[in-house]
Design a binder for this molecule. Sequence first.
Ligand code: IPM
Ligand code: MG
Length: 368
Amino acid sequence: MSNPSLLILAGDGIGPEVMDEVKRIITWYGDKRDMPFDVSEDLVGGCAYDKHGTPLHDDTMARAQEVDAVLLGAVGGPQYDDLDFSLKPERGLLRLRKEMDLFSNLRPAQCFDALADFSSLKRDIVAGLDIMIVRELTSGVYFGEPRGIHTEGNERVGINTQRYTESEIARVARSAFELARRRGNKVCSMEKANVMESGVLWRQVVTEVHEKEYSDVELSHMYADNGAMQLVRNPKQFDVIVTDNLFGDLLSDAAAMLTGSLGMLPSASLGLPMANGRPKALYEPVHGSAPDIAGQGKANPIACILSFAMALRYSFDAGAEADRLEAAVETVLADGARTADLLGPEGGSPISTTQMGDRILAALDASL
Ligand code: IPM
Ligand code: MG
């Protein structure tokens, strides 16, 4: 049998630097855990536009459909701000999500104990936090038609459409219930059923799926604005949150700050099972391309490294190896390893992206 295949799309800004550390970890698993991967690399985002005039070349798209998992760094940069909408770096990412049909986006927000004082919230609110946001990723206002900017009378009108079908809601709800069964067995569904018909349907379908298939899981509903408030008031009340594409984008950024730094948050975007039984999958840090610090060795590689841990867990059925990698991250943080984004108010001297990679590799070695 051939090795599992990975396509690395490091992208723009800090993407390549943080991905370099992930590549070393992948090599470590091949050497030390007898888990060799076939790794190929390609371009996405601004760098793809610079080379090919498009943020995602068709050949790259085709390759992404073939591999066992895609690992993505980050896309975007200020030099692309004036590009036509269809050519912007973000379109490359959105095309991958849409064409791979990665409808279930898992964004865990976990507060590592060593970082509990770094959150903008008080320690006791966030210490021990472990929640999972499941964001619908292939529909809603991100993709709904009609969309565009046109002229009505003597003024311009900007239009986007929030649209959800029953089956789109049901499949992401199932994925949230399945996850909840393996965690705290609670799902909170968030929408705006008080003002949006799509929210009314969302609530109905989630309730139906729950009654028919998952009545053993505890289900609650919340308006998304209240959800945002509850996330900063008492985030530990949640286990799994399931929500649509746009609310999920906003709520996951808010949840990220509970953990101390956006530089810590991984994500997995999963679709339907492929012929080999593995889900279509793309793994990426929640943080962006951070052009202001790109190329300086300052970026925190942990979110990207933890995204690879999610790949081990969700694509390669290697939960114990994912635990090992997450424990290595926890160890180096407890030992005081800090990239610049993780320096608290008391300051201190940060280590570089590569040094953080060194420390995590050393902790992995020590785990053997
Ligand atoms: C995210 C990002 C993306 C999104 C951008 C880069 C298109 O903010 O993954 O959260 O809006 O989905
Ligand atoms: Mg976002």
